[in-house]
Design a binder for this molecule. Structure first.
Ligand code: EPU
Length: 422
């Protein structure tokens, strides 16, 4: 198993380019199932989660090909096995997003029920509720969700909100299924995340009729069939945010290219609010920190609120602030596995329910730590670059799921991150 040995502290400077968004690419790849032919997706990041998704699509009958320019061709001419296998779903929960497209295309789908993960229980009840409202019959058998709609799906008015607000992949599933349903569907309390807007734009390029894109109310006029299309995935706002924190935590200066600040207003506001300079530049931004980091309060929320996927990274940053901060997690109340690890690096964090009180300290110190999930491991790498001495991050396969060769991209900027095999 690979580990990262990180020497710190370092000060980052230079320029870095953000890749295409993992969380936009995954449902867009699943959406290719809806059209009988070859779609091409550009700007797909080269990540282990994307490889798992390719395996999943191949398993249902798609021909997936990686092209020289890095794009992916997904030929869904024949879908002859509408099954999401346990062996794949257990490796990547996002596999659930083939349920809607398989059901719409094949009128039957069997997808292994995803379990919980390090960030929480992560139920899929709202996905199933939405698909049932489109007329699907759904039951659970041997750990598999069996969804059937022998006569096809029928449009409906669906309230898709849940106890924590909207659901991103739940919206993706119901939206994809509704494109081929008979008649009109309204999804109220739809997720407004840019990744869902990107999916909806791709679906429209395939011939779907979706309006209200980017708003909590999506209206879908069902069509008989969709055609294959070509699409370029939006930049990854979470990767961009992670690089922004990397500049800030190392008192550095980074030009971040291919980043849409318009998708990141809550994050940019928070950075400026704590003393980090973010200047918009053509297609990206320049992030610098010269003075102290000020303490602040952060509450994670569905988009356009502050993203849960940057909570851990900001916790690492605020652990060096000039006072006490509070971070409240409103999406995944248990997403705090990084707290104990950051404390091993001399942060001063106290968890109180779904909140963490961060008492700012003057410096972090290197230590061996354990990565528990994707964003938590990013936080440990960030902390390791700012900390004095050596940090060893174990289980870096978590970070490889969402950040492409992070060490090869940070080292030219001044980081000292070495991948070693344990
Ligand atoms: N929820 C339910 N029932 C459902 C679905 C969700 O109660 O049927 C709850 C969840 O437990 C959670 C909240 O609703 O409390 C929101 O979860 P959501 O469904 O939006 O999460 P997701 O779609 O499974 C995506 C991202 C996550 C990101 C969340 C929140 C992908 C592949 N994953 O997950 O990304 O944290 O939205 O923004 O898009 C990551 O990239 O590290 C990651 C975990």
């Amino acid at each position: 198993m690979d580990i990262f040995r990180i020497e710190g502290p370092v000060q980052l400077s230079g320029s870095v380019t953000v890749n295409g968004s993992k969380n936009a690419a995954l449902p867009i790849m699943a959406a290719c199932i809806l059209a009988a032919g070859k779609s091409t997706i550009l700007s797909v990041p080269n990540l282990s989660d994307i490889s798992v998704c390719c395996e999943l699509l191949t398993g249902v009958g798609c021909k997936v090909q990686k092209n020289e320019d890095g794009s992916l061709s997904i030929d869904a001419a024949t879908i002859d096995n509408p099954v999401g296998d346990y062996e794949i779903v257990r490796r990547m929960r996002a596999s659930i997003c083939v349920l809607g497209p398989l059901l719409a295309r094949c009128r039957r789908a069997e997808v292994s029920m995803p379990g919980g993960c390090a960030i929480g229980d992560r139920p899929v009840d709202i996905h199933l509720r939405g698909l049932r409202e489109l007329g699907a019959e759904i039951h659970l058998e041997n750990g598999y969700i069996i969804a059937e709609a022998a006569d096809g799906l029928t449009g409906s008015s669906i309230f898709l909100g849940g106890p924590f607000g909207s659901t991103v992949l739940g919206t993706a599933n119901v939206l994809m299924a509704a494109t081929l349903a008979k008649g009109k569907t309204i999804i109220e309390s739809a997720a407004c995340e840019p990744e869902i807007a990107d999916l909806a734009n791709f679906l429209n390029s395939m011939g779907a009729k979706i309006s209200g894109i980017g708003s909590p109310r999506l209206t879908i006029e069902g069509v008989k069939e969709l055609r294959p299309s070509e699409h370029k995935v939006i930049p990854d706002r979470i990767e961009a945010g992670t690089f922004m924190v990397a500049a800030a935590i190392t008192s550095g200066r980074l030009q971040i290219n291919n980043c849409r600040l318009d998708d990141m207003m809550a994050v940019v506001y928070k950075l400026r609010n704590i003393g980090v300079t973010v200047d918009e530049s053509d297609g990206g931004c320049l992030v610098t920190r010269n003075g102290p980091i000020h303490a602040s309060h952060i509450t994670t929320q569905p988009y356009p609120g502050f993203p849960t996927d940057l909570q851990a990274q900001f916790m690492a940053l605020l652990s060096l602030a000039d006072g006490n901060s509070i971070i409240i997690e409103k999406i995944f109340p248990d997403r705090f596995m990084h707290v104990a690890e950051l404390n091993r690096m001399a942060a001063s964090l106290r968890k109180e329910g779904a909140a963490v009180i961060v008492s700012g300290t003057k410096k972090l110190m290197g230590a061996p730590v354990m990565a528990s999930d994707l964003r938590a491991s990013a936080a440990l790498v960030l902390a390791g670059m700012a900390a004095e001495g050596t940090t060893v991050v174990n289980r870096v396969y978590h970070i490889d799921r969402g950040y492409e060769k992070i060490e090869e991209r940070l080292n030219p900027l001044g980081a000292k991150i070495y991948r070693e095999t344990d």
